[in-house]
Design a protein around this ligand. Structure first.
Ligand code: PEP
Length: 242
């Protein structure tokens, strides 16, 4: 299975959600799931559109209880979600999410029957210091002890490519995805899809999709507009089936 997912971050409104679904021109391809990770308040409304998957951008590491401000996994299921992002670099950077919580988040999603999209990636400083492999392997250690490969996808998102307009080259993406694939060998996750994220646009989608280890995309800015998201989905599915 491949996947093309969007991440609306802290953008959008009820109106934007309606407009988005109205303008979408996606014809679901059987090999490629699509979905959007919305801000929490819009998940329920998006799920009533019954098109693609609906996801959240985060989830509580805790269950039901006295945890003011938290949204737990069963609530996401209840609101019609099928997946959630875990460990997005903006959450690691600005909210200091510790690895111990990331494991709990993935476990919580799995218990609620949801797919976890586990995001990893290096900063520019780490890449320049030759630490790419080490950083990815360290971040993948979060998966040690977990099972449930049907409900986990990995997203490789180099931090320097997110929201910068500077995407990784197809070769950079292929190299990093190969490191990830090798690191997953021998684990229950050895065959999970590895999505690429970081300034994916209609213009670079086909070239990135041509790389064998690119199993989909996680798209920020370009997922806010139905036409660019639909076009990326089309480019991806056409490239993979050609
Ligand atoms: C993201 O938010 O995960 C992302 C990849 O953003 P962008 O596509 O805007 O770089």
């Amino acid at each position: 299975m491949f996947a093309v997912l969007g991440n609306w971050k802290s953008f959008g409104s009820n109106r934007c959600v309606d407009d988005f679904y109205q303008a979408l021109t996606i014809h679901q391809h059987k090999s490629t799931q699509w979905g959007i990770a919305f801000p929490y308040p819009y998940c329920q409304a998006a799920s009533t559109k019954r098109q693609g998957w609906v996801g959240a951008q985060n989830v509580s590491a805790f269950g039901e209880g006295a945890y003011t401000g938290e949204i737990h996994a069963a609530m996401l299921t209840d609101c019609g979600c099928q997946f959630a992002l875990v460990g997005h670099s903006e959450r690691r950077q600005y909210f200091n999410e510790p690895s111990s919580q990331l494991v709990d988040k993935i476990n919580a999603l799995h218990e609620a029957g949801l797919t976890a999209v586990y995001c990893i990636g290096e900063t520019l400083e780490q890449r320049d210091a030759g630490q790419l492999m080490q950083v990815l392997q360290d971040q993948l250690r979060v998966l040690d002890g977990l099972s449930n490969p049907e409900q986990l996808w990995v997203a490789y998102e180099p931090v320097w490519a997110i929201g910068t307009g500077r995407a990784a080259t197809p070769q950079d993406a292929q190299d990093a995805h190969t490191i990830i694939r090798n690191a997953l060998k021998g684990s229950p996750f050895h065959h999970v899809p590895i999505l690429y994220g970081g300034s994916v646009k209609p213009e670079n989608a086909a070239a990135l999709a041509r790389e064998t280890e690119v199993g989909g995309f996680l798209i920020g800015g370009a997922s806010l507009k139905a036409d660019s998201f639909s076009e990326i989905y089309l480019q991806f599915t056409q490239t993979k089936s050609s």
